[in-house]
Ligand binder design. Structure first.
Ligand code: AMP
Length: 140
């Protein structure tokens, strides 16, 4: 497992604007915010991508994400926000340590911009893909 800048931030070796910490989770302000209050919620477990995260860390992050979102809303006065979680360089992940972005959307153009080139789900493809995913899930 390669050590990333986030591991060093969690250890306190690199300064951050910490907003939350517990046994399994660390959260701090993004250094290059898309909007005021842009926060990163990071499991301490150094998994590179979400699919590599343990159930325990996943549960710990899931437990605090809504709480942190509520605090960001209260502190910024911005009720709208996106949760972004990138996995892999082609999917725009820069730091290979799982993290969830909480990005307020003030409605003035700041925040996350999303391109959403939606296609159309073919019925046969849908049947095949859903069956393949469900079969894999049954083994996990
Ligand atoms: P991602 O593209 O999902 O990997 O996002 C990585 C995020 O980490 C970016 O939004 C960066 O601005 C942020 N980041 C990188 N280094 C630091 C740092 N030292 N402190 C706070 N945020 C950081």
């Amino acid at each position: 497992m390669i050590e990333t800048i986030f591991t060093r931030i969690i250890r306190g070796e690199i300064p951050s604007h910490k907003v939350y910490e517990d046994e399994r989770v660390f959260a701090f302000l993004d250094i290059a915010p898309l909007s005021p209050g842009h926060t990163l919620v990071v499991p301490k477990e150094p998994a590179a991508t979400l699919d590599g995260l343990s159930d325990e860390s996943a549960a710990a992050v899931g437990r605090v994400l809504p709480r942190i979102a509520r605090a960001v809303i209260a502190a910024t006065g911005t009720p709208d926000y996106n949760i972004l979680q990138n996995n892999g360089a082609p999917a725009h992940q820069v730091v290979p340590h799982v993290h969830f972005h909480v990005i307020p959307k003030p409605g003035d153009g700041r925040g996350l911009g999303i391109g959403w080139p939606g296609g159309r789900l073919d019925a046969e493809d849908g049947k095949r893909l859903a069956a393949a995913i469900a079969a894999r899930l049954a083994k996990d």
